[in-house]
Design a protein around this ligand. Sequence first.
Ligand code: ZN
Ligand code: FE
Ligand code: FE
Ligand code: ZN
Length: 280
Amino acid sequence: MPSQINEQQEPIFATAGLADYHTHTPLCKHAEGWPVELVRRAEELQLAEIGISDHNPMPEKFDDWRMDLEELPLYLEAVAHAREKARIPVRLGLECDFLPGQETWIEDLSKEADWDYLIGSVHYVLPGWDVDNPAKLSEWTRYSVDDVWQIYFETFEKAIRSGLFDFMAHPDLVKKFGRRPEGDLRWFYEGCIAAAAEVGALFELSTAGLRKDCRELYPSRDFLQMACDAGIGIVINSDAHAPLEVGKDYDAAVALAKEVGYDGVWFFEGRERLFKPFLK
Ligand code: ZN
Ligand code: FE
Ligand code: FE
Ligand code: ZN
């Protein structure tokens, strides 16, 4: 007897039913893919929604990897344009650099548009040193790896405590180039875990680290385990700098999240958050 082949077999992507809230556009000068193209890829992957979150402008010329302040209207327009034809919700976000002492600039920016969410990031460990910038690798010779990590996580804790952001990006970005202190790293994370638990912050679980020298999700399993144990929620994102990076490696992220004990992720609209359990 021929076996029946009539079960409904729909393609199941690891991305199905989830969101990707961390994506970039050419306005930041180091990404490709306009919002329309990012949305198209998100729809192919059956993502439930996508958010655009380019690097925030600064009041004055600051570095060479973000939109200019004059380009903010163009950014808002590009997202609005992508929304017109989209079959899924397209959220408006911004990845904001946290710089201690310059919090008022983020407050100003928060009033500039109807943001669905603001992402808090620490890239700068010291003035002029963006720790993830390959052009600044020589800076690492001037400090011990332990010191760099300590400064990074102290700054990240301040960013969490500022309460300015809807979630915190790539929590252990400082490991990007694979430079890690010796031994147990958990004590570097403790201040950030405590801060996030106190203020109700959320962490991003980012697949971008898998594409970098560290070859690991941001944050590490230990960090994520501590966060889960402390009751801190997460958002899974790709940090796409090109359309084909949207939703990338979500299978790995979802697997790790479940392993440490998560049963869902947070969604955003109009700077309100909503918890959604994993589909399966
Ligand atoms: Zn970027
Ligand atoms: Fe970033
Ligand atoms: Fe980013
Ligand atoms: Zn980023």
